[in-house]
Design a protein around this ligand. Structure first.
Ligand code: FES
Length: 107
């Protein structure tokens, strides 16, 4: 059975070239039990390789905390948050964004 798509809205911002943040929508095949990180992986691997997020730089196990962001407005770990439908993914704060969902840490 073919899976239905969900809309994944992602915060996009490259402070070195963009005047202000924007959101980009992607259609992602829904899989039961998929995490927000799984959706980002699909986008990066199939739709838009310019997307910046913590993937291989993080643990993907809920340990390192590097993938902390906002999922539908609520703080959480992207690698541990199971999504159930359309979702909006953002960094915790636009003020510390290096690019898209990658933020400055340790300050
Ligand atoms: S990538 Fe380490 S907690 Fe999510």
């Amino acid at each position: 059975m073919a899976s239905a798509n969900i809309k994944v809205r992602v915060f996009r911002f490259d402070p070195s070239v963009d005047k202000q943040p924007r959101y980009e929508d992607y259609q992602v095949p829904f899989q039961a039990g998929m995490s927000a990180m799984d959706a980002l992986d699909y986008i990066y691997q199939n739709l838009d390789s310019t997307l910046a997020y913590y993937d291989h730089a993080g643990c993907a196990l809920g340990i390192c905390g590097r993938c902390t962001g906002r999922i539908n407005g609520k703080p959480g770990l992207l690698c541990q948050t199971i999504i159930a439908g359309d979702v909006t993914l953002e960094p915790l704060s636009a003020a510390v964004v290096l690019k898209d969902l990658v933020v400055k840490t340790g300050q």
